[in-house]
Design a protein. Sequence first.
Lengths: 326, 217, 563, 100
Amino acid sequence: MQSQLPFYPEQASNFAPSVDSLMTFLILVSVFFSAAITAAIVIFFFKFHRKSKNEIGVPIHGDMRLEISWIVFPAFLALAMFGWGAVVYVDYRHPPQDTLDLYVIGKQWMWKIQQPNGRREINEMHVPVGRDVKLVLASEDVIHDFFVPAFRVKMDVVPGHYNTMWFRPTKAGHYHFFCSQYCGTNHAVMGGWVTVMEPSDYAAWLSGSTGEDVNPVVAGEKLFAEKACSTCHLSNGTGRAPSLNGVYGGTVRLADGSTVTADDAYIRESILDPPAKIVAGYQPLMPAFQGQLTEEQIMSLTAYIKSLQSQPVPATGAGVTVPGKR
Amino acid sequence: MHRTGELSGQFQTLEQQKDSATLGMWIFLATEILFFGGLFLTYTINRHTYASMFAEASRTLDLKLGGFNTVVLIGSSLTMAMAVWSAQVGKKKLVTLFLILTLLLGCVFLGVKAIEYKQKFDENHVPGLNFQFEKNADQATNAHAQLFFSLYFGMTGLHALHMVIGAGLLVWLIKQSMAGRFTPQYNTPVENVGLYWHFVDIVWIYLFPLLYLIDRH
Amino acid sequence: MSATMSTTPPQSPGYQLPKEHYLNATYGIRSWLLTTDHKRIALLYLASVTFFFFVGGIFATMIRIHLLTPQGYLVTPETYNKLFTMHGVAMIFFFLIPSIPAVLGNFLIPLMIGAKDVAFPKLNLLSWYIYITGGCFVLYSFATGGLDTGWTFYTPLSSVYSNSAVTPAILGIFINGFSSILTGLNFVVTIHTMRAPGMTWFRLPLFVWAQYSTSIIFILGTPVIAITLLLAGLERMFHLGFFNPALGGDPILFQHLFWFYSHPAVYIMILPAMGVVSEIIPTFARKPIFGYTFIAASSIAIAVIGFFVWAHHMFLTGESTYAALAFSLLSYLVAIPSAVKVFNWTSTLYKGSISYDTPMLYALGFIGLFLIGGLTGLFLACLGLDIHIHDTYFVVAHFHYIMVGGAVMGYVGGLHFWWPKITGKIYPEFLARLAAVILFIGFNLTFFPQFILGYLGMPRRYHDYPPEFQVLNVMSTAGASILALGYLLPMLYLTWSMRYGKVAGPNPWPATGLEWRTPSPPPTENFEVTPVVNWEPYDYKNRPDLGLATPTAPTLAPAHGDD
Amino acid sequence: MSEHIVSPKLYLLIFLALMVLTGTTVYAATVDLNHYYRGLNVIVALVIAACKALLVVLFFMHAYYSSKRTQLIIVAGVFWLAIMLSLTLGDYASRSWDVH
Ligand code: HEA
Ligand code: HEA
Ligand code: CUA
Ligand SMILES: [Cu+2]
């Protein structure tokens, strides 16, 4: 996207102004030091140019006050840079509550994006303007990186665990996103476009979803039966495994006495590597599913488990069964 | 470490030459700490992530053989130290004797290690070669157990490689010692190989509990 | 302390080369390939690192030509990826890391401290052979399938997914590591035990301090990259899982291990160049360096603190926020000693007697370009800003400013400065100044536009980019062709001068170091008699032997107590 | 470098101490100490190993009698290892503090 200002890409998210003013501050400091030192060199050049062949300079060995001041003064500036940068970064690493969650899966060399209602996109991402958007990032193979210059945000997409990033689009439009971590042959073309829409347009676009998209909750429910999760995880909690109703987002007590928050990463780990965190009061019976589920399937299962929040517990205690399973 | 104990050209005095050799050896050992350090870091992170799997896998190792080897290796450190002492006090025969003893103990260690490796091979516990942890272990269990055994072979293998190099150095020392080269004035090679040998011992002192002794209860 | 020194003949034009020196002491290929003379080993390194600079430079040229147009017409994506990887590997591991230490360091450290050779001459030769062996492995990888992992070898791309010749390359770098370790070990021992009488620690030339600090990193950092690459190599060969998440491993762990070495390694590249600059500036300003102790101590500080900052390359990998905060703060801490150096160099010019011989041009160019490179390092270390500029061309510009504008300029400047000592001949001054200016201009044109490209959002390692970035890319390529010409010139006239240059004499500048108190080129054993040092470093005032005017009458005043 | 000659008796003593410690570490591993404090088993194993290593360095390798310079090198090696381990593990440990 060509910008109006030649040295800045377009500003289209809440982070863009903060990053740009940080940039301005650092440029000012840099210009100050570069100018001061260049000026000193040039002035000394003319003033102290060797006049005769055998001339020597005035022996000056040093000056303690100068040394201290040029240690302390830059140190203060450095602290300022660090502090300001830290504020922006900490904000970036801590998504606010109540975000619009999109799932992003990177694989050589394309991006798969899933909207909360299950609508899927490839190398395209639609988001509403003014809403806090959180991306949950997963990779099927190597490390990728989701980068939107106009939003001034990027985050590595690391196989084996979830990273999250967030932003709030501030301006409707069409913006480039790139893969910014080298990932093999077609790394350079592993990009696409983010479309920022007015909320009403976005809602319309979402509902215009074609029937082919499988709702992840439905897909997850199906998998839950197929992978026989449902044989242990009875929804009334009478089975060998804890009921998953209302687990997501809550706090789980573990066998070793510690507690964790049941977020995406925890659910993922519980599925792939159950012995890592054992729920208090249960045996480590659950088989590890590592290597048997794709990132997409894990996300569907997670979406399903997440949806169990609101579902009433079936009165029969028969657990969640889906008619027509294999 | 100069072959004959004469002064080599770049030095002014024998004192300086010896000083340099010792300093060089210690610096080399410092690099070795960091070299093994990378492995220990990898080990720590994986053991933390897969704690129960590591414990389970560790229990398949032969504690008796491992313990025996620990005793053997520490014993060889003792004989090595004695060899240095003999050289320092000028007992030329004893130097040779203790060096040979050290070499023998080193070989015993390597022999036992070979037996253990053979067992692993028979149990399909060698990563990269049809690794199968237990009969019906699922994919994830296999992968995590394989991590343990990769580290086991990586760490003990590198350690064994150091032992082999040490054994080579010992052979070289023994030859010189038999020619009566080492005297109270000139024994830097014995001392320096000694330092190396003790270092290799220390590595094992850490490997033994980390690999063989995870939650043996 | 009286300055009674009688080794150097008085300055007069019409020097003759000494009859016998290290170059003509013995003849024949064997006398070179089996030499244990540190000066000859330095020349062996000179030839081999120059070769790798060519190799890397040719890849760089192809990169720049390919990037002339958005779609790129020169090579396929696979090939492009191999180009920048092989460029990075050749330049970093086989050119820049060994360049100043193994060439100038090897040649000069014994001369500067008044020793006959390094402490372990055979080990020194062995280092070179190890380097060559490692180099052969890497060249083998380049020739048979190339290497397309990026110089950073991130897993699981390098250990599982790449189809190129990764294993031999990893082995080559692994082997090469031992060359670095042995060189570092040799230097530290030499500096500790081989100093001439009177050469106290605080009389050491700053170049030696810089080499000492570099050696600390060689010794304590290199083993970690060795083991890391070994693990990655084993993972690739035997399908193990240390860093492969599909098998339970952790790719971030690889990055920690990699950068634990590779960040300190950037100081391996810059510290020696800083040492060179610290020699050149007092010589051409003809006065003691400003704040000797601070410059010496800052080298050590950089070497040590440099080990605490590595994860600033990993701010966006998902490392913990707390770790990111700590590593960012520490990165700012390591900038302070660099700042101290810059300020002290500049102050040294004050009230100097400044001449602008070629080495001085390079030194001043170094200050300017290193400054920009270093300051933009602060942008990258700034957490909030790195979110945007990480892995863009901003990073590429940052490190070329420091490594090409800084380290390579320092190396080329140092080569000019000590060329008379190495060969006994003087290079053509006019051509040399011209080349320095061309390099300066070409360099800035090549890499300044890349800062802007980066901020506009062009990711690095792209063979194909959106068309709006084209103008700046064309500028960069234009600059690169000037740069290539700039490098061609010194290669030609330096080679030419070896035969046809004017005879230099023992101390053409004149400079104060011990290395200038022996004939040029020096005899094999360096000094006819072991020198005794009884003057302070860079002390022009109390050195009547240099034949320069002194502000006061040339009495043999005490060496210190002047201010 | 003044050379210090350590008596064989001391060597033997150190060797015996090492044997005792080896026995202790094996025994300690068979007792469930984690029960008292999470990870106590590993901590005990590592403390014992550190003691053994210290004995070897100080006496078999004569570091106890060596120059300050030699001791500094040892400390540096261990210190750098500590940098690597602590900062890396610090990253891993503090990731879970980021609960939001
Ligand atoms: C010789 C090589 C060299 C050197 C010396 C440096 C020096 C520095 N580098 Fe750089 N760097 C690289 C080579 C080098 N770097 C390379 C190769 C990469 C990319 C690797 C890859 O991914 O391929 C990289 C990447 C890199 C990153 C990661 C970027 C990213 O991927 O997102 C960061 C982040 O913090 C960084 C920071 C710094 C800092 C703070 C310094 C500091 O040491 C700079 C200190 C100097 C100064 C600051 C100038 C002088 C100071 C003054 C005049 C006073 C003013 C000072 C203050 C106000 C504090 N560098
Ligand atoms: C010491 C280190 C060093 C040096 C000296 C250089 C030198 C140069 N580099 Fe750099 N470069 C790196 C280290 C270095 N580089 C690293 C580590 C990377 C990252 C790799 C990665 O991402 O994995 C990189 C990446 C890199 C890129 C980014 C690629 C990408 O991300 O897609 C580019 C693009 O412009 C580039 C250009 C150049 C140029 C034009 C030079 C010029 O300065 C070179 C000039 C030299 C010559 C041209 C040879 C000598 C001249 C002659 C023999 C004259 C005759 C020749 C001709 C007429 C052609 N380099
Ligand atoms: Cu995906 Cu780069
Ligand atoms: Cu760095």
